[in-house]
Design a protein. Structure first.
Length: 55
């Protein structure tokens, strides 16, 4: 199944073993986020959670 990342627009081909396949097969309008964007969001969230350095 061909899917498109909701954030960057990257098109990707997923198979039945992909973690999001069943969810997207049941609801074709469901959002999909590619691995690159998912990793980027995780890193950004970790950075936001770090304590701020005093000035």
């Amino acid at each position: 199944m061909e899917v498109k990342c909701s954030l960057c627009g990257h098109k990707d081909e997923i198979t039945k073993v992909h973690k999001d396949y069943q969810r997207i097969a049941k609801n074709p309008t469901a959002t999909f986020i590619c691995e690159r964007c998912s990793t980027r969001l995780q890193v950004q969230a970790q950075e936001w959670q770090k304590p701020k350095k005093p000035m």
